[in-house]
Design a protein around this ligand. Structure first.
Ligand code: NAD
Ligand code: KPL
Length: 305
């Protein structure tokens, strides 16, 4: 019998996964932050998924972390800076060998989460799906993107991948999930901070070709240093391709700063700089970019951790 999908964090990506799994007839329960959020959710009567202009409401059951039922499978869909604490609160409810799926972008939070739950299996995900919230309990989905899943400690695929297939969640199991996560981190480090500092769309970076190229060279060196040479292959070409292909878009970090939301900088550029220093190879331009971004965020009253 398939276990219930407990979903921690009913934000954009958590709601998207919850609605698709529920639509496919899977057992899903949302774990909400506190009784006030639970009441607000119950008043709304469920989560609404908007896709291709069609809105569909799903009355998915919800609870707070204080509920007592055991958890076998947990999709962690909080931001990277919230995930370890949120999981720690649920740790007493996780059965031995529970499985966690970690949807966080960047790197660093996955290990922090795994340290909270040493008896659970942590599957890492790297998602290129795009979802955003227009209102509370309502998520809009563009309908494209992909999810790579893998467990750096155990290459055996879990049996719940069938649930994802049934729910039409595009995915593939990979033994190289860390390579995928590092590659995305490098792309995000080369593009997102510069869009914030130059106050431009992704396409605006075409005018900062040399700066982008210098960062890509340092990121490639870092990837080689930390045993991820594959993630370094053709990095600059891909960064330029993404800049061109998403020229009209504002990066996710740009949008976070614009709306006064905390960014995940600590798990992106911050992680890259920490790992480079740990290897005794600090990268001057990445360090400088990090300092400029931290100053920029602090000047706007936004945290940089
Ligand atoms: P989000 O801010 O929309 O959702 C996070 C949710 O977690 C919020 O509803 C928040 O209230 C909830 N939360 C935080 N702490 C909690 C707690 N203790 N208990 C219960 N709920 C708690 O974030 P998102 O955009 O869905 O992103 C989640 C992760 O997925 C991020 O790391 C992000 O980078 C990554 N990601 C997002 C997208 C996307 O399109 N949104 C795409 C790829 C990757
Ligand atoms: O993932 C992105 C983001 O905005 O976070 C892209 C489009 C690749 C830019 O880094």
């Amino acid at each position: 019998m398939s276990s219930t999908w407990h979903i921690l964090g009913a934000g954009s990506l958590g709601s998207l996964w919850a609605c698709r799994l529920a639509q496919a007839g899977k057992a899903v329960r949302l774990v909400l932050r506190d009784p006030q959020r639970l009441q607000a959710y119950q008043r709304a009567g469920g989560l609404t998924l908007v896709h291709n202009g069609q809105a569909q409401r799903h009355a998915i059951p919800a609870e707070t972390a204080d509920a007592s039922t055991p958890i076998h499978r947990l999709l962690v869909a909080c931001k990277a800076y919230d995930a370890p604490k949120a999981v720690a609160r649920l740790a007493p409810r996780l059965v031995h060998n529970a499985e966690l799926i970690l949807l966080q972008n960047g790197l660093g939070s996955q290990d922090d989460v795994a340290n909270q739950v040493p008896h659970a299996r942590c599957v890492f995900a790297s998602s290129t799906e795009g979802a955003f919230r227009e209102a509370d309990w309502q998520v809009n989905f563009a309908g494209h993107g992909f999810n790579w899943l893998g467990d750096p400690a155990n290459p055996v695929p879990p049996d719940w991948l069938d649930d994802l297939a049934d729910a039409a969640i595009p995915h593939q199991w990979t033994p190289d999930i860390l390579t995928r996560l590092w590659r995305k981190l490098a792309l995000n480090c080369a593009i997102n901070p510069l869009t914030v500092l130059h106050d431009c769309r992704n396409g605006g970076l075409a005018e900062h070709h040399c700066e982008v190229a210098t960062l890509c060279a340092e990121l490639a060196e870092l990837l080689h240093c930390c045993g991820q040479p594959q993630a370094a292959e053709g990095l600059q070409q891909e960064v330029e391709r993404v800049i061109h292909a998403t020229a009209a878009n504002y990066s996710s970090m740009y949008q976070d700063v614009l709306h006064g939301r905390r960014t995940e900088i600590h798990y992106l550029l911050g992680h890259a700089c920490r790992v480079a220093s740990r290897h005794g190879r600090p990268q001057a331009h990445l360090e400088r970019l990090y300092r400029r971004l931290v100053e920029h965020l602090n000047a706007r009253g936004l945290p940089s951790d």
